[in-house]
Design a protein around this ligand. Sequence first.
Ligand SMILES: [Fe+2]
Length: 268
Amino acid sequence: MDNVIPLSEDEVAALRAWFTTYVHSFPQDDAEMAQAFSLKEAHSLRVRDEALAIGRSLNLRPDQMRLVEAMSLLHDVGRFAQFARYRTLSDRKSEDHALLGVRVLEEEGPLDALAPQVRHLILCAITYHNRPALPADESEPCLFYAKLLRDADKLDIWRVVIAYYRQMHEQRSTVIEMGLADTPGISPAVYEDLMSGQIVQMTHINNLNDFRLLQAGWVYDLNFPWTRKLVQERGYLDELRTFLPDLPQVEEIFSTLRARLAADHHVS
Ligand SMILES: [Fe+2]
């Protein structure tokens, strides 16, 4: 972690330019496609900002901050090919968008001129950004940047989905809802996951309420004090709660999640 990362400001500027060109190279055939692409482009830019803020909270050096910018800006690059090919942002209905992103970066070559170590760290963070859990057998720098990216990504996904849930009675989007049914109630397996202190398994998700609970359960998977502080300040948990039914199980889940967030927040 102490070695200076050989990534220059010019190289980061080249990656920014590549990203913009790549994203705009996709034909926007219809409104749904245009919506998916602009959603993911804006998300990428905001995740970059969230990641840089986490980096600042950790007093990262300028070279580390450049790496943070590069990996966060590119983390969802697979989303564009995913939507263009499969017309969905659901990995379950298509393929893993992180691995697809790594393939895009290898095929399109924007990382080719970078130092191998830098390329490795960028690809590593991207590869693991959407996994249910991080692997144990990766290098410490790889895991550090993956953790930072995962926190930044969650901060912005909370923002996007909450803004969506607020207005979904006016305008629905299958892109964001991933085709899940807006049926009443929650799945017992989702309740069990969360009450046992675990994040929700994708295979347990049966409706939109389950999906909202999966998002609430991300408080179990935060890595940095800065992120927990922002989740509390922005009131993400309380707001997600308002989009779920008034059931005793939902109340139990949220008191467990709130207690966990507060506890983690105070020790840090
Ligand atoms: Fe992603």
